[in-house]
Design a binder for this molecule. Structure first.
Ligand SMILES: NC(=O)c1ccc[n+]([C@@H]2O[C@H](COP(=O)([O-])OP(=O)(O)OC[C@H]3O[C@@H](n4cnc5c(N)ncnc54)[C@H](OP(=O)(O)O)[C@@H]3O)[C@@H](O)[C@H]2O)c1
Length: 243
C-alpha cells in the first residue's frame, strides 16, 4: 500500500492526478485549503478504484504547520506532488505588494518549506519520488508575467538542486513545466487552442514521466521547442519584444 501526497489537491490538474494515481494502484493523501469540499471527488475515487483517499487540511503558506502536518501522516507517502500555485495579474502585482508576496509565498517559499521536510525523510529512507509543478514562465522573464515567472524560476532551480542532491539516494525528482492548461487559473485568458492542454492529459503525462524517473517534463511537448527558441533570443532583441 503506497500513498501519494498531492499538495494543492483542489487544483484542476491535481484532481486529474488523483484519479490517475488511484487508477494505477496508489492510495492518496489529498492536501489543500478547505479540503472537505473534495468529499465528492474522494468518494468517487474510492468507489471506482477501491483505493484509500484521505483529505488533509493544509495551507502551503502556513510554514509553522508543515513539520507537524508531515509528522501526523500515519503512513508516510511514497511520493509527493506539489501542485499548488498562485498567479495574479502582473500589473496588479507591480502596485500591490501583497499579491507579489503571495505569488512568491505559494509558488516558492511554501513549496521549499514542505519539500525540505519531505526530502530529508526520503533521503534517509533512500526511497521516494518528488514532483513539482513549475511552469514554462520560469524559463525566461517577460514583462507580461515576470512576478509569477520569477517565482517559478526559483522553484525550478530548487527542484534541480534537489534532484542533484537526492540522485545518490535513489530518490527521483521531476520538474514539470506546463505551457498553457485549461484550468481555473487561466479561465479568464484567451489561450490558443492548439497550444493549450487539458488537465487530464497533463496528469497522464506527469504520471508516465514520474514512473520513468524522468527529470524535466514539458507538457504539451511542443513547449520544449518553443521555450528553446525563446531562451535563445539575444537579450538585446528580447528586451524590445512584446511576447
Ligand atoms: N493553468 C496553466 O496554464 C498553468 C501553466 C503552467 C503552470 N501551472 C501550474 O500548475 C499548477 C496547478 O494549477 P492549475 O492550473 O490546476 O490551477 P488551479 O486550478 O487554480 O489550482 C491552483 C491551486 O493552488 C491552490 N493554492 C493556492 N494557494 C494555496 C495555499 N496557500 N495553500 C494550498 N493550496 C493553495 C489553490 O487552492 P484553492 O482552491 O484553495 O484556492 C488551487 O487549488 C500551479 O502550480 C500552476 O502555477 C498552470
Amino acid at each position: 500500500m503506497s500513498y501519494v501526497l498531492i499538495i494543492g489537491a483542489k487544483s484542476d490538474i491535481a484532481k486529474e492526478l488523483a484519479r490517475v494515481y488511484a487508477k494505477n494502484g496508489y492510495d492518496l493523501y489529498l492536501a489543500g485549503r478547505d479540503i472537505n469540499s473534495l468529499d465528492g471527488l474522494a468518494n468517487d475515487i474510492k468507489i471506482r478504484t477501491n483505493q484509500d483517499v484521505q483529505l488533509c487540511e493544509f495551507d502551503i503558506t502556513n510554514i509553522e504547520s508543515h513539520q507537524a502536518f508531515y509528522d501526523n501522516l500515519n503512513i508516510k507517502p511514497k511520493g509527493t506532488i506539489v501542485v499548488s500555485g498562485y498567479m495574479a495579474d502582473q500589473k496588479e502585482c507591480e502596485t500591490n505588494w501583497q499579491k507579489s508576496f503571495n505569488t512568491m509565498n505559494v509558488n516558492y517559499i511554501g513549496a521549499v518549506s514542505i519539500l525540505n521536510i519531505i526530502a530529508n525523510d526520503y533521503e534517509q529512507n533512500k526511497d521516494g519520488f518528488i514532483v513539482g509543478i513549475s511552469s514554462v514562465a520560469g524559463d525566461r522573464g517577460r514583462k507580461t508575467n515576470y512576478i509569477y515567472g520569477s517565482s517559478k524560476a526559483a522553484f525550478s532551480a530548487y527542484l534541480g538542486g534537489l534532484r542533484n542532491r537526492l540522485n545518490s539516494s535513489g530518490v527521483s525528482v521531476l520538474t514539470v513545466k506546463p505551457g498553457f492548461v485549461a484550468t481555473k487559473m487561466t479561465q479568464d485568458l484567451d489561450l490558443p487552442e492548439k497550444l493549450t492542454a487539458q488537465p487530464n492529459d497533463v496528469a497522464e503525462d506527469i504520471f508516465n514521466a514520474q514512473q520513468k524517473k524522468r527529470n524535466i517534463l514539458y507538457t504539451k511537448a511542443i513547449w520544449q521547442l518553443i521555450m528553446l527558441i525563446i531562451k535563445h533570443i539575444p537579450e538585446v532583441i528580447f528586451k524590445k519584444l512584446s511576447i
